[in-house]
Design a binder for this molecule. Structure first.
Ligand SMILES: NC(=O)c1ccc[n+]([C@@H]2O[C@H](COP(=O)([O-])OP(=O)(O)OC[C@H]3O[C@@H](n4cnc5c(N)ncnc54)[C@H](O)[C@@H]3O)[C@@H](O)[C@H]2O)c1
Ligand SMILES: O=C(O)C(=O)C[C@@H](O)[C@H](O)[C@H](O)COP(=O)(O)O
Ligand SMILES: [Zn+2]
Length: 355
C-alpha cells in the first residue's frame, strides 16, 4: 500500500493506493467524518458493476447511503445533469455535516465534485476513482467542473476532497478504449516531469505487462500531480504545466460537442501536434516529437486530426490560460522537461498546425 500526503495546509488530505481497498473504504471514511448520510455520485456503467459493493462498504462504516446515478459520458458533464444531481441531494436531505463520495471516472468525479463544492455552498467530499485517468489525475488536486456548450470545464471551482481512495483492482473491468484514454495523461506526466515514466510507457508490452506496472504508473503520476498542485494550487503558474496537450485537446473535444473524442484522445493529439510544431520552430529538442508520436501510437491513441487549425483556433480562445490577447502554451524542451510560453492569440496559427 502507498499513501501520498497532499500538503495543502488546512486542505491537506491523504491519497491511499491499494489493491482490494473497496470493501474497506466505508470504515476508512468513517475515521474522517461524523456524517450520518453519504450520497454516492456515479454513472450507470459503474453502478451496474460495483453499485452493491460501494453501498455495502459504506454501510460497514455505518452510513445511510443514497446512490445518485448519472448517465455515463462526457456529453453528460453538463448543467442539466448537475441540476438533477442537486435535486437528488435535496430530496435525500443531505446536510453540511454529511458527505458526498464520487465513485467513478473523471466525468462524474468532476461533476460530482462541483456539486459538492456548490451544494449548500460546500459539502465535504471524497473521491473513489474507478478509471486510470481518474486514479492518476482527476481525483487529485481539487479541480471540479462541468462543460458548457462554449467550452470545456468552463463552470467549476477549486475544491479539495477530504480523501482519495484508489483501488487498482477496479481497473480490471475498464473498457480498452478507456485504458488507453487514461494512459494519455500518464504519458503527459512523463513528458513534463518524469522521463522514466515516459520510458516505461513507450516500452509497455502486453496487457499483463501493463497490469504489473499499474501501481507504479499510478504512484509516479500522483507524485507528479502532487508536486504541481502543492506548488500552485490555484493554477496561476507552474500548475499550468499539467495542461500540456490540453489547449488543442479541449478544443477538439468541444469541436465535436464532447461526443467523439475522449479527453485522453484529445490530449494525445494535442501533445503530438504542438510538439511537432515547437520542434519545427526550434523550441523543442530535435527528435522529441517523433518519440512522443511513437509513444502515443504505441498506446493505441490518435496522433493527428483532420480538422483545419483555423476551425480549432476559435475554440482555443476559451482556454483558461488565455489572458486578454495572450495565451500560455505548455511546450516541451525535451522529454521530461516543459516550460510555459506566452504567445499572442493573433499568432496562434504559428503553433496550432493540423495538416
Ligand atoms: N479534475 C481534473 O483534474 C481532471 C483531470 C483529468 C481529466 N479530467 C476530466 O475527466 C474526464 C474524463 O474522465 P474519464 O476518462 O475517467 O471518463 P469517464 O468518467 O467518462 O469514464 C470512462 C468510461 O468508463 C466507464 N467506467 C468507469 N470506471 C469503470 C470501471 N472500473 N469499469 C468499467 N467501466 C468503467 C464509465 O462509465 C465511462 O463509460 C473529462 O471530463 C476530463 O475533463 C479532470
Ligand atoms: O489539474 C490540473 O491542473 C490539470 O490541468 C489536469 C488536467 O489533466 C485536467 O484535464 C484539468 O481538468 C484541465 O483543467 P482546465 O483548467 O484546463 O479545465
Ligand atoms: Zn486532462
Amino acid at each position: 500500500m502507498a499513501v501520498v500526503n497532499m500538503d495543502l495546509g488546512k486542505e491537506s488530505y491523504k491519497i491511499e493506493i491499494e489493491r482490494g481497498l473497496l470493501p474497506h473504504i466505508g470504515e476508512k471514511i468513517r475515521k474522517l467524518t461524523k456524517a450520518q448520510k453519504i450520497a454516492v455520485i456515479t454513472d450507470n456503467h459503474v453502478q451496474a458493476i460495483y453499485g452493491d459493493k460501494i453501498r455495502e462498504s459504506l454501510q460497514q462504516g455505518d452510513f445511510h447511503v443514497r446512490i445518485i446515478e448519472m448517465p455515463a459520458g462526457e456529453e453528460n458533464k453538463n448543467i442539466h445533469v448537475l441540476e438533477g444531481v442537486y435535486n437528488e441531494l435535496c430530496d435525500f436531505n443531505l446536510s453540511r455535516d454529511d458527505a458526498i463520495v464520487t465513485f467513478s471516472g473523471g466525468v462524474p468525479g468532476d461533476l460530482g465534485g462541483f456539486a459538492a463544492a456548490s451544494y449548500m455552498r460546500g459539502v465535504p467530499f471524497f473521491q473513489v476513482p474507478t478509471t486510470i485517468l481518474a486514479q492518476i489525475d482527476s481525483s487529485v488536486g481539487g479541480k471540479v467542473a462541468i462543460d458548457l456548450p462554449g467550452g470545456k470545464n468552463l463552470a467549476g471551482a477549486f475544491y479539495q476532497p477530504k480523501g482519495v481512495f484508489i483501488d487498482p483492482d477496479l481497473l480490471d473491468t475498464l473498457p480498452t478504449r478507456y485504458v488507453h484514454d487514461g494512459l494519455a495523461e500518464a504519458l503527459k506526466y512523463g513528458c513534463i516531469g518524469d522521463p522514466e515514466l515516459f520510458e516505461l510507457l513507450e516500452n509497455i508490452g502486453s496487457e499483463e505487462d501493463l497490469r504489473n506496472h499499474m501501481e507504479e504508473i499510478i504512484l509516479r503520476s500522483v507524485l507528479q500531480k502532487k508536486k504541481f498542485v502543492e506548488e500552485d494550487r490555484y493554477d496561476n503558474g507552474s500548475r499550468q504545466m499539467l495542461n500540456f496537450g490540453h489547449t488543442i485537446g479541449h478544443a477538439i473535444e468541444r469541436y465535436f460537442n464532447y461526443s467523439t473524442y475522449t479527453h485522453g484522445e484529445g490530449v494525445a493529439i494535442g501533445m503530438c501536434l504542438l510538439t511537432e510544431q515547437t520542434e519545427r520552430l526550434g523550441i523543442t529538442e530535435k527528435g522529441t516529437a517523433e518519440r512522443v508520436i511513437r509513444a502515443v501510437h504505441h498506446l493505441s491513441l490518435p496522433t493527428s486530426i483532420a480538422v483545419p487549425a483555423l476551425e480549432l483556433i476559435p475554440q482555443i480562445m476559451h482556454d483558461k490560460k488565455r489572458r486578454g490577447g495572450e495565451i500560455t502554451l505548455v511546450v516541451l524542451d525535451k522529454i521530461g522537461k516543459a516550460h510555459l510560453l506566452k504567445v499572442k492569440t493573433s499568432e496562434l496559427d504559428k503553433y496550432i498546425v493540423t495538416e
